[in-house]
Unconditional design. Structure first.
Ligand SMILES: [Zn+2]
Ligand SMILES: [Zn+2]
Ligand SMILES: [Zn+2]
Ligand SMILES: [Zn+2]
Lengths: 152, 152
DNA sequence: TAATAAATGAAAATTATTTTCATCTATCGT
DNA sequence: ACGATAGATGAAAATAATTTTCATTTATTA
């Protein structure tokens, strides 16, 4: 089952966060797309509608949302961070288009078995794993590039 | 089959790079450990033996080594980069100790099959994948912490 | 040994992110 | 609705990683 805009607002409030217009705007921006966005991109997107937010607040809001588990952070190849709304509640991974930045969630992670074998073989106590796939989405394969800049 | 110090020197030379003392020192530092290191850590390590290198040169040497395929770059959780000598020539992944930073190479990547299924399911043309595991190595589980700072 | 393309280092520039601190405001109890 | 207050915001400065610039040095090759 997926999170949605209302879920996030009420859960945030429940966790003691205030529902400011700035936070609503950031959540709304994340909710409006399946693309990942950097803090700066979110700032630009939000600033189109209201000049009423600063980049610092974007950073702080993303921190809060990440701590509360409502967004996924991508470690971009550039060394920067990309964020997107966390839609599946359960453990999952990301398939990211290198051209337009769209993200498809990959569920049914089958890596626990591999983890177990690695653990037995090395003696490591496993904490976590990361797994990301990059590729070209069908639309970009057809040349229908939707965004201007090259992502990732 | 694994790369070693001499392989790298001669291959670098073959690719047109000059073998400067600074480059030798960086390669030597990477070769001397199975831990990953940040550029700054490499700088500090190399600087103990000779005051004859600057941090900029570390960055430039790491760029060259990465382009030439002789080192692996880890996207650390902190958003910084960690580097280590690339020992297996073939496609592989990394199991990293969160405490001491030691890295174990995981060969026999079995993710191509998963990639194929994802591709069929989403229509994406797959370019690449990343897969990293973090955990606690046997020595750190026993409290034998070798390095001072917490890595990753 | 001389020529030269490449490499180096110091310093400045760039960029992402975080911190500081004074001001503002969402929320809650009255 | 009103006032108190903890928490949130924004401007500006601070931090930190990385890259660029440019004058000087050096590994390589003939
Ligand atoms: Zn996700
Ligand atoms: Zn997984
Ligand atoms: Zn490796
Ligand atoms: Zn793989």
């Amino acid at each position: 089952m997926d999170y949605n805009y209302k879920d996030i607002l009420s859960a945030l409030k429940h966790e003691g966060y205030k529902l400011t217009p700035q936070r609503r705007a950031v959540i709304q921006a994340l909710h409006s797309t399946y693309n990942h966005m950097t803090p700066l991109e979110i700032f630009e997107k939000v600033s189109i509608r209201s000049r009423n937010i600063s980049l610092v607040t974007i950073y702080r809001t993303l921190d809060a949302l990440e701590k509360a588990g409502f967004i996924c952070r991508l470690n971009l190849e550039t060394g920067r961070s990309g964020y997107l709304l966390r839609r599946p509640r359960s453990h999952h991974h990301h398939l990211v288009c290198s051209i337009c930045g769209v993200v498809v969630n990959i569920g049914n992670c089958e890596l626990e078995e591999l983890e177990k074998r690695v653990s037995e073989h090395t003696g490591f106590k496993i904490i976590s794993h990361t797994f990301d796939i990059s590729g070209i989405c069908p639309e970009c394969q057809n040349g229908k590039i939707k965004t201007s800049g090259v992502k990732i």
